[in-house]
Design a protein. Structure first.
Length: 204
């Protein structure tokens, strides 16, 4: 199964979450140049499906993609599906975080949610969709050195830490991606059967 991403943080998390199963995990970094997918969907599900389906068709292999992002209540749900490109197409995680902290300056309402949608696709036909959500607050400053993306400013009240202050095991247990993956993991034996059936029946 190909993880339709080059993000090393995501690759590491997915590989750890699927390590118990009899499936060989590759990522886009294991292949040659692949045309980029234009993530112009209006929802996380749109983009996850688009990435998974395109990757599966291009490589002829089952593909898994996720689209995830941060929804901030005081910013009317921004950055949302533009989370990775909040401060521009080539913005780093740090630049995105700094822009968001500036947008939140002086605001008392700090509620935010991480959302993750995972799509599993084969080269032709429908995809399987899994979703997860984690609620928290926007921290007043960058805290912690672990994780990636908005982890340093996403504060999780039950543990009194940002995601970047959590270990990988702690984060995988409670995060939006961890919850979506828990749902996926609970059905993964069935998913493998579904994939084999779809691949065997397809005319490509």
């Amino acid at each position: 199964m190909v993880l339709a991403t080059r993000n090393e943080g995501k690759i590491s998390e997915f590989r750890q979450l699927l390590s118990d199963f009899d499936v060989k995990i590759k990522s886009l970094n294991d292949f040659g140049p692949i045309p980029p997918v234009v993530e112009d969907g209006k929802t996380f599900e749109d983009n996850a499906y688009k990435k998974a389906h395109f990757t599966a068709r291009f490589l002829g292999l089952p593909a898994l993609a996720d689209d995830s992002g941060l929804l901030v209540e005081a910013l009317d749900g921004a950055p949302g599906v533009l989370s990775a490109r909040y401060a521009g197409k080539d913005a780093t995680d740090e630049i995105n975080n700094i822009k968001l902290l500036k947008a939140m300056k002086g605001l008392e309402l700090r509620d935010a949610s991480f959302v993750c949608t995972i799509a599993i696709a084969v080269p032709a036909g429908p995809a399987l969709i899994y979703e997860g959500r984690c609620d928290g607050l926007i921290a007043p400053r960058l805290l912690g050195r672990n994780g990636f993306g908005y982890d340093p400013i996403f504060f999780f009240p039950p543990l009194k830490k940002t995601f970047a202050q959590l270990s990988a095991a702690e984060k995988n247990r409670i995060s939006h991606r961890g919850k979506a993956m828990a749902e996926l993991r609970s059905e993964f034996d069935k998913i493998l059967i579904w994939l084999k059936q779809r691949l065997a029946a397809a005319p490509y």
